[in-house]
Design a protein around this ligand. Structure first.
Ligand SMILES: Cc1cc2nc3c(=O)[nH]c(=O)nc-3n(C[C@H](O)[C@H](O)[C@H](O)COP(=O)(O)O)c2cc1C
Length: 284
């Protein structure tokens, strides 16, 4: 199953690309509209990019009125990424989205490095949202802290799945001025540098919980997607690669099919967790 990573694909400008996915994930929506952080908000590094978009979005009301009906027309399952600054805000958004048949899954963005965090823990936010909706809830986490413990905590709180990983704090300097190009200095690092991080996060969470996992972070090829499946992801999302190659979904699908057959897997599901099985097999 191939998705886009939240914030990395605009379905209104690239509807065909969005339609080619198994589910479209929206940019994170917050209760009130947000301008986001001041420009410059995106910069390249040798190993990916840093962004400090700061959750720019139209706010829940406009999102429900204008965006959901248009996104429903894509004809692919619609995942809405939900953000907020308190557990109550997250829960209120989930309750409003719960009433929308077009929305299939809610992904809770519990890990944006570019805005202040809610005072409650990730597990408390998931528990509040669980009480507000019957739709599947995915907890999106960053690879910080004790991820195994966090994964178990959000699973106990009622999460149905994990989205791993969000960006990590990163900074780059302009070659000549030696100043950070991003107005906020520090941003979220994404792209190739994140691949070993996302592999480790999925590996750890696969061992810690039985939750299905959407793996993302540095995926640019079918080989990258295969590796995420092998460490335990059930689905894979494309993020930064879409900025350089908007047609990456078709390419990654074709490459993944070739990788799967080269490794003797009849279907993507057969590759899920294969790396764990191989470690086990080697140790007996
Ligand atoms: C420009 C940009 C905007 C993003 N916006 C969001 C967002 O709104 N919500 C979210 O959960 N993640 C957001 N992300 C993080 C991605 O969804 C993804 O977790 C991360 O970029 C790692 O995947 P990648 O290395 O394939 O890009 C954003 C990433 C980028 C590069």
């Amino acid at each position: 199953m191939l998705l886009n990573a939240s914030g990395c694909l605009d379905a209104s400008t690239a509807p065909d690309v969005a339609r080619s996915l198994d589910a479209f994930v929206t940019k994170t929506v917050t209760p009130l509209p947000r301008e986001g952080n001041p420009p410059v908000r995106i910069a390249e590094t040798e190993v990916g990019m840093v962004n400090s978009i700061g959750l720019a979005n139209p706010g829940l009301e406009a999102f429900l009125a204008d965006h959901v009906p248009r996104l429903a027309e894509l004809g692919v399952p619609l995942w809405v990424s939900v953000g907020g600054f308190s557990a109550d805000e997250y829960a209120a958004s989930c309750a409003a989205l719960d009433a929308r048949a077009a929305v299939t899954t809610l992904e809770l963005n519990l890990s944006c490095p570019n805005v202040d965090e809610a005072p409650e823990s990730a597990a408390q936010i998931v528990a509040a949202c669980r009480a507000a909706t019957t739709k599947p809830l995915y907890a999106k986490l960053a690879a910080t802290g004790d991820l195994a413990e966090l994964a178990r905590a959000v699973a106990d709180a009622g999460a149905d799945g994990l989205s791993l990983v969000n960006t990590l704090r990163g900074l780059t300097l302009d070659e000549r001025s030696l100043r950070p190009p991003l107005a906020r200095g520090v941003g979220g690092l994404s792209g190739p540098a994140l691949k070993p991080v996302s592999l480790a996060a999925v590996w750890v969470c696969r061992r810690a919980t039985a939750l299905p996992i959407v793996g993302m972070g540095g995926v640019a090829s079918g080989r990258d997607a295969l590796e995420l499946l092998a460490v335990g992801a059930h689905a894979v999302a494309l993020g930064t690669v879409l900025f350089a190659d908007p047609h990456a979904p078709a390419r990654v699908r074709a490459e993944l099919a070739a990788e799967l057959s080269a490794h003797g897997f009849a279907a993507p599901a057969d590759a899920v967790g294969a790396a764990h099985d191989r470690v086990l097999a080697a140790s007996v």
